[in-house]
Design a protein around this ligand. Structure first.
Ligand code: SAM
Length: 264
């Protein structure tokens, strides 16, 4: 995949940074628990794939200390360039093509990255190639098939469900799987892995905060792409925004599937 394919490439710097930082605020505590469960410690060499706004790469750099190393990779490193430090290397490019040494990482983490790749299986193979024998992967991917409006005004619920359909169509038209997260455990079964743990987080989210507000930001940024699917109108986008900011409206916006596994 190139930056041209990534759905958020054309978004404004400030808007996209705000969206990525909202993701970090909501999901970092759980991601860090998963990373901690691998035993991450000083000296480890870690890879953050799709570093986004960089909070996990920063957290890993603290965990591995000066004797360790973190490599932060993204197609677009505009938000992480400043992370570069003695124990942090920032690399811009597609994880599939960057010249990284095979079997050289103790831990590789990626959150909401594979789903954006039409060749997600190839990206997964590449990620696993980079892990040392006995090293760990922590992968966290969304399952948008879990999305549905639960409570709110009827017409707003309908618009939320229309936007969810647009999300599915947009991913499908780009050769991507909007339900990838749910398939991750099965995909990983064909690799030599041990200590295989699967966790699913399905937030039932209230409007006006957290995931609802973050998904509102995504919807505003991606509205043109949703219109192109034919599944939504401007009214749906407006209704979605009102729903997402309404404390009386509840929805599941997506589920996150986390897999923690050790390479044999
Ligand atoms: C939805 S954002 C998530 C950012 C971050 N992982 C987080 O959860 O806060 C996905 C990020 O992955 C990057 N990305 C997607 N596919 C990639 C690939 N094949 N190689 C490197 N980066 C990739 C995108 O550029 C984007 O910054």
């Amino acid at each position: 995949m190139s930056t041209a394919n990534y759905i958020f490439t054309e978004t404004q710097y400030a808007q996209e940074l705000e969206r990525l930082q909202a993701i970090e605020k909501i999901f970092d505590p759980t991601s860090c628990q998963r990373l901690e469960s691998t035993g991450i410690t000083t000296n480890w060499r870690c890879l953050e794939v799709g570093a986004g706004a960089g909070s996990i790469a920063r957290w890993m750099a603290d965990a591995v200390g000066e004797s360790g190393q973190v490599v932060a990779v993204d197609l677009d490193t505009r938000f992480v360039a400043k992370l570069e430090a003695k124990n942090v290397e920032v690399l811009e490019g597609n994880i599939q093509h960057l010249p990284l040494e095979k079997q050289s990482f103790d831990l590789v983490h990626a959150r909401y990255v594979l789903v954006h790749n039409p060749d997600a299986h190839a990206v997964l193979s590449r990620v696993l190639d980079l892990v040392k024998p006995g090293g760990w992967i922590v992968l966290e991917e969304p399952d948008f098939a879990a999305a549905r409006a639960i409570a709110g005004e009827d017409s707003a619920c309908q618009s939320v469900n229309n936007v969810n359909q647009a999300i599915e169509k947009m991913f499908t038209a780009r050769g991507m799987d909007y339900g990838l997260g749910a398939k991750l455990p099965a995909l990983l079964q064909s690799y030599d892995l041990q200590s295989f743990a699967v966790e699913v987080d399905t937030h039932l989210s209230q409007g006006g905060a957290g995931i609802a507000t973050m998904m509102h930001m995504s919807t505003v940024q991606l509205a043109e792409k949703y219109f192109a699917t034919g599944a939504v109108t401007q009214r749906d986008i407006d209704n979605y925004g009102r729903f997402a900011e309404d404390p009386k409206a509840w929805a599941i916006y997506y589920a996150t599937v986390g897999v923690i596994a050790q390479k044999q």
